[in-house]
Design a protein around this ligand. Structure first.
Ligand code: BES
Ligand code: MN
Ligand code: ZN
Length: 521
């Protein structure tokens, strides 16, 4: 009876759907929180620390025996990376249960990233062994009892079967293997783990969405297509939406978006979403260049390869906003997505052109490949004009940030200490690396124009910082604004698929804001 209650008490967390706009909703991984008792799974993974032979206290007896059997093998120390496995007869007749023991190294050295790597390893081992249900016995350690860790681990597990494979066919389509993961928290940790599930789920869904959209190829994902997908999703989440097309952009004198879009057969547009009637007014802005050829200042063949990801900022802020809606955060949220394709054509904007942006600032074009800031200029100026109290903008803006931080972290530029602290804390919580860079007046001087107020590029030196300084001219008197340059982190390892970077940190930041009405902790 007790065992049955315990099984019932294991609270399942639904699967994360991916491939959502193909109509092929697919179950990925469901996770649940197990309570102490029988762990019904094909594979049970247990962690232990170096030179601590005793099995974790919260293990059911049969598993404890199996763990002891592995831990007493000659040579077992529980060293970082050491693993052992044992098959035990399981309750299900068709398959034995595999118990694996994983050394995490010294207890006093445990970090969250080590736990994430461990779960990654568990998931791939279980997948290789053909297990569909996996139970994970989390070690008893203060790091494991941390709410942000609980969220991060669940989020990673939910995403562990994420694939972007809607263009693959037949045997190329990898079948999802892991069906369900049961987490057994350390003693007393059940409530904590259970309470974090809704946030983990909303965040994992958002990351999957951001990836799905950013991975979409540029012949499909035109500005119009992206605006339509975003509007559909937004409408399903209680947002009001409106779209400015070329005539509207002209009427509002949004010369930046218009200039970038001119060379393409696909017209540019600006999508605006709004939701919520209480709490701070937060504007999220995302660069949505569906393909960046560089325009007349054309990129090299190599430099163009990954330019479908130049819409990652827009995809990320959209996905995070949808998550905020799912969590019903008390925030007056406004999302601005300037969408354009930067192409070469008979009507392309040119080096030498002078354009006028929404806030009246004139910009001399010196390089048509510095297009992101032109789109953002209009969108940010509009957001401020509409009364944003905080503005956070994400963009794959410069190769300079790749030179500075590689594929490991994004750059944060903001003049506001409170906002900086809030975003850095949220990034830390979300397990995404963010590093603050300066907005010195010297950088602003480099983007002063010769024949207009500004020029759109100051060349290579400190290009991430000079781009940020350019953007600073479009926020008027608003101090609580931030620019995150995600050029290095938008793709996994710089050349892989979309990472969804920034989604989790934005969700965590919005959550903090909702909790204290202030952008910091
Ligand atoms: N979309 C690119 C930035 C980029 C580069 C993203 C590499 C991802 C990987 C952006 O529009 C761009 O071309 N920036 C130029 C600016 C320069 C002309 C001032 C750059 O950084 O080279
Ligand atoms: Mn460019
Ligand atoms: Zn670009």
């Amino acid at each position: 009876m007790l065992a049955l209650l315990q099984v019932l008490a294991a609270q399942a967390l639904g699967p994360v759907p991916v491939g959502f706009f193909t109509g092929k909703r697919r179950t990925v991984v469901a996770i649940g929180i197990a309570t102490r008792g029988r762990l019904a799974a094909d594979h049970v993974a247990v962690a232990c620390f170096e030179d601590e032979a005793t099995p974790p206290e919260h293990l059911p007896a049969k598993l404890a025996e199996a763990v002891s059997a592995i831990a007493t093998r000659p040579g077992w120390r529980g060293r970082d990376g050491q693993t052992g496995e044992l098959q035990i007869p399981s309750p299900s007749p068709d398959r034995d249960q595999v118990v694996s023991l994983w050394g995490l190294g010294r207890r006093d050295r445990l970090e969250r990233s080590r736990l994430c790597d461990w779960l990654d390893g568990v998931a791939s081992r279980a997948r290789t062994n053909g297990a569909r249900r996996v139970a994970v016995v989390l070690p008893d350690h203060p790091e494991v009892r941390d709410a942000a860790t609980a969220r991060h681990l669940s989020r990673d597990l939910l995403l562990s079967e994420y694939r972007f494979d809607r263009f693959r066919q037949g045997s190329d389509v990898a079948q999802p293997k892991l069906g369900k993961v049961l987490l057994l928290p350390p003693p007393g940790g059940d409530a904590l783990y259970r309470s974090q599930l809704p946030r983990s789920r909303a965040t994992a869904t958002a990351v999957a969405r951001a990836r799905d959209l950013a991975n979409a190829p540029p012949n499909e994902a035109t500005p119009r297509w992206l605006a339509e997908r975003a509007a559909e999703l937004a409408a399903g989440h209680g947002f009001r939406h409106s779209r400015l097309d070329v005539p509207d952009l002209e009427a509002r004198r949004m010369g930046g978006i218009l200039a970038v879009g001119r060379g393409s057969r696909q017209p540019p547009c600006l999508l605006r979403l709004e939701r919520g009637d209480r709490g701070p007014i937060v504007a999220l802005v995302g660069k949505g260049v569906t393909f960046d050829s560089g325009g007349l200042s054309i990129k090299s063949a190599r430099g163009m390869v990954s330019m479908k990801y130049d819409k990652a900022g827009a995809c990320t802020v959209l996905a995070a906003a949808l998550a905020a809606a799912e969590l019903d955060l008390p925030i007056r949220l406004r999302v601005y997505l300037p969408l354009a394709e930067n192409m070469v054509g008979g009507d392309s904007f040119r080096p030498g052109d002078v354009i006028r942006c929404f806030n009246g600032r004139t910009v001399e074009i010196v390089n048509t490949d510095a297009e992101g800031r032109l789109l953002l200029a209009d969108a940010m100026a509009w957001a401020v004009d509409e009364g944003a109290e905080h503005l956070v903008e994400l963009s794959t803006l410069t190769g300079g940030v790749v030179a500075a931080l590689g594929y490991f972290g994004a750059a944060l530029f903001t003049p506001d200490e409170t906002l900086a602290a809030g975003l850095l804390a949220a990034a830390e919580e979300a397990g995404e690396k963010l590093w603050r860079m300066p907005l010195w007046p010297e950088f602003s001087a480099t983007v002063r124009g010769n024949h207009a107020d500004l020029k759109n590029s100051a060349g290579r030196p400190a290009s991430a910082a000079t781009a940020a300084a350019f953007l600073a001219s479009f926020v008027g008197g608003l101090k609580s604004w931030a620019h995150l340059d995600i050029a290095g982190t938008a793709q996994v390892a710089g050349n892989g698929p979309a990472s969804g970077f920034g989604t989790a940190l934005l969700v965590d930041w919005l959550h903090r804001l909702a909790e204290d009405g202030e952008p910091a902790c």
